[in-house]
Design a binder for this molecule. Sequence first.
Ligand code: NAP
Length: 484
Amino acid sequence: MSSERKPTFAIIGAGMSGLLAALKLREAGDEFTVFEKADRVGGTWRENTYPGIACDVPSHLYSYSFELNPDWNFMSSPGQEIQEYFEGVSKRYDLDRSIRFNEPVVRCDWQGDRWEVEGGSGFVESFDWVIAATGILHHPKRADIEGLGDFAGDVFHSAEWDHSVALDGKRIGVIGNGSSGVQITGSLAPRASHFTLFQRTAQWVVPVEQIEYNEEQRAEFRKNPEALRAIHDELDTSFHQGFANQVLDGDSDIFEGLRNLCNDHLDNHVADPELREKLRPDYTPACKRLVVSHNFYDSIQVPQAELVTETIERVEAGGVRTADGRLHELDVLVCATGFHVDAFVRPMSIRGQAGVMLDDVWKDRPSAYMSVGIPGFPNFFMINGPNSPVGNFSLIRTAEMQFGYLMKLIGHVEGGGYTHATPSAVAASKFEEERVEAAKHTVWATGCKSWYLDDRGIPFLWPFPFARFTEEMEKPRFEDYVIG
Ligand code: NAP
């Protein structure tokens, strides 16, 4: 690019990661456009509005490190409060004027020097750099269950909640007991006339008390930002030095402690021995993503609640038929059945160097060098892309570090008078080889089935310690890039 022209950025997505990129570029005085498919910012917190939705990462950690929020009302924030936080940040940085709402990106074409980006409205513009902040859990996976379309009542996915449907006093069924299904159970079982949770695999449930901050505490945080910072930093250290690293050794003794903690929680809270055993998993805790809840066991024990572990055979007009021949009659059926986690930036059409399509490069499975870049796709980078540490580090911290990495890389390229950079194929495959080998030894590969596993059964997450992630993000290995 000519030295008089400032580089321009396309940011795809106005969720947590996209807003972060936008506000940092705004601070730096750079030119950018955010493409957002919906009419509001917020990403996952805009999309997921199911009853009981909350973040199980403590609020004072689930905040940008430079935008700590003294006004959180709860230790585990309800989704609506988090959505308001992101809307507030967007307003404070005056980001809305740079966001094209209702503009899903449909196509990105590398033109040899810049990216041509096309939105769903037909809007086309060229940019020097593309930052894809499209999230991970954004394509709802509807259960592949026979007869779902025959259900005569209301049926929807947990991430596509139909708020026009009345719930109080209804017969409600929920398929799935991951974090979403457990939070929905906590909220809806007490409100239903009959509540059925269809559980295929038991989940370890970590007990964490919900703490409400009172006005006095919030006023103290407002008055004393250092106290707020201290809480954030303490949480950050314990999270990233503790749990984040421990899951990397599947043979570690710490899982015994975790097993005891969860077993005690189960034993002390569930009275009926038969129900208790149905709720007890047989795999290592943290193999699947740990479920955190303060009210799940209470809710599944209200008189109108029932845990069904029989295999679902099909859905019929009147409800769900299980393999024992029983029809579970329902008015409302919720599929809390998770997400297609291998889409990342897809279904966008992305054409890189020499006309290579990303769909072809990723035909077996998605991968990325250092979780951010793809060989052959210069100046196209992802935040929370493939191999990101989604299973053990805070997603916000990860996004901040990845964006810092990208700014260093871009600064290096432009500072050297160059225009583009792409990870070299050799560096990318060396990284992937090492990553796969390490991933095989993590707790995620100790025999359970989860959304962390790729089509080969290998965890697709960052399998190295937090310290390595910090180091890699702080000092990009420029020699691993083809820069021109
Ligand atoms: P999930 O963890 O993928 O859980 C999906 C559930 O649906 C599982 O219980 C699964 O059973 C069940 N299921 C899927 N297909 C089924 C079928 N055909 N028949 C019966 N059961 C079926 O999805 P999620 O609960 O939406 O959570 C996804 C991720 O979102 C979480 O792991 C977490 O990272 C994030 N999340 C976070 C929070 C938070 O508070 N921070 C809250 C919600 C979600 P199996 O276990 O047998 O596969």
